[in-house]
Design a protein around this ligand. Structure first.
Ligand SMILES: NC(=O)c1ccc[n+]([C@@H]2O[C@H](COP(=O)([O-])OP(=O)(O)OC[C@H]3O[C@@H](n4cnc5c(N)ncnc54)[C@H](OP(=O)(O)O)[C@@H]3O)[C@@H](O)[C@H]2O)c1
Length: 341
């Protein structure tokens, strides 16, 4: 196949909230597919808040993105040319393809063939992809969550948070969410089945509101937001409570030295609280089993998800920047080319 292909790269290091001007398009010739390689066209590309932590020049849980490098992200793609024994033309894959129109690969890294077509394709990089797996392994492996416990989830309407809350309900937990705005809060209660929701943008005393929603305290805090929230909730943790550090969306735009710290660390002693983070790819061997269970739940209608779509390659930076203004309602995906019939 000849022609050119486009990708979005990092134009300058991001300072504070990301802006579309931080990114630039590169157009390069499509390279020939050699033996042992395949070429796939990107259908859906994701924008992920966690990517922000790699865009200011320092390493985080992923290495810093160098200037000019293609922005990371997950994608669903269709193989359109193959000289690889394990990939045939027409195969659909979920991968960490990044913000690019085509992926040329030897198959090394994260490539998952999509064979279960009961759910929308975008689910494989959403509720069944890294966000959903973060929820599953954060709750099951890291928190060891149990029936009867109280789970508090922050950024609860996002793909990680909404999935974590619903898995908590399936485990028999009492689930409380913190989210911004009436639309997200109503969806969490009415659709996702959360027991209580706190709209943090509407509360003048957020600590009191969370306490009122969790009158017996919190067994598991599943935090997607960052230090100020963790510190706020630590005094509410019950004996042997667990704090799952999933993400830090409120802190990613702030230099480390200016981020809030934790003051209530005495609770780790008095209440034997454990705090642990996760990098979801540590659990990759368990993805298939978790995805199979969750796909069944989606197919039977008992696991809800929200996908918000953007049309066209040009929209990737704008879709990403809006995550930090709370604009997304669920998983944001950008469509780069049509789904196969
Ligand atoms: N550890 C891992 O392996 C792993 C893997 C994947 C994702 N993650 C993390 O999981 C977290 C959630 O990811 P997601 O994909 O589901 O995204 P998400 O929760 O939808 O993130 C965007 C949302 O974050 C909230 N937000 C933005 N700025 C905020 C602020 N300053 N304070 C409080 N909330 C703010 C907004 O929701 P509201 O309108 O409700 O404020 C916004 O819509 C992220 O922090 C991500 O980095 C971790």
């Amino acid at each position: 196949m000849s022609g050119t292909t486009r990708s979005w790269g990092l134009r300058r290091h991001v300072d504070g909230a990301p802006s579309p001007d931080d990114f630039a398009v590169a157009e390069t010739p499509l390279q020939a597919v050699e033996d042992g390689m395949f070429l796939a066209r990107t259908i859906w590309a994701s924008v992920d808040p966690g990517m922000r932590s790699t865009l200011s020049g320092g390493d985080s849980y992923s290495a810093a993105t160098p200037l000019g490098a293609i922005i990371d992200g997950f994608s669903v793609a269709e193989v359109i040319e193959s000289r690889h024994p394990n990939y045939a033309v027409g195969d659909l894959i979920a991968t960490g393809g990044g913000w690019r129109e085509h992926v040329l690969s030897s198959g090394r890294g994260y490539f998952q063939k999509i064979v279960d077509r009961r759910v929308p394709l975008g689910c494989w990089i959403g509720v069944l992809g890294v966000p959903g797996m973060t929820a599953w392994f954060g709750l099951n492996r890291v928190a060891q969550a149990k029936e009867g416990e109280t789970l508090l989830v922050t950024s609860a309407a996002g793909p990680v948070g909404a999935t974590a809350g619903q898995i908590g309900k399936k485990l028999g937990m009492r689930v409380v969410g913190v989210a911004g705005g009436p639309r997200k809060c109503a969806w969490l209660k009415d659709e996702a089945g959360f027991d209580a929701v706190v709209d943090y943008k509407a509360e003048s005393d957020l600590t009191a509101a969370i306490r009122a929603a969790c009158p017996e305290g919190v067994d598991v805090l599943f935090d997607n937001v960052g230090n100020a929230m963790i510190d706020r909730v630590l005094p509410m943790m019950k004996l042997r409570g667990r704090v799952v550090v999933s993400g830090q969306v409120a802190d990613y735009n702030t230099p480390v030295e200016e981020r809030p710290g934790l003051r209530h660390t005495d609770v780790f002693i008095t209440h034997r609280v454990r705090m642990e983070g996760l990098v979801v790819f540590d659990d990759i061997r368990g993805f298939a089993a978790a995805q199979s269970q969750m796909a069944d739940w989606i197919a039977e209608g008992s696991l809800k998800f929200a996908i918000e779509t953007f049309d066209g390659f040009d929209k990737l930076p704008e879709a990403f920047c809006g995550l930090f203004r709370g604009e997304n309602f669920g998983r944001r995906l950008v469509q780069l080319s049509p789904e196969p019939a």
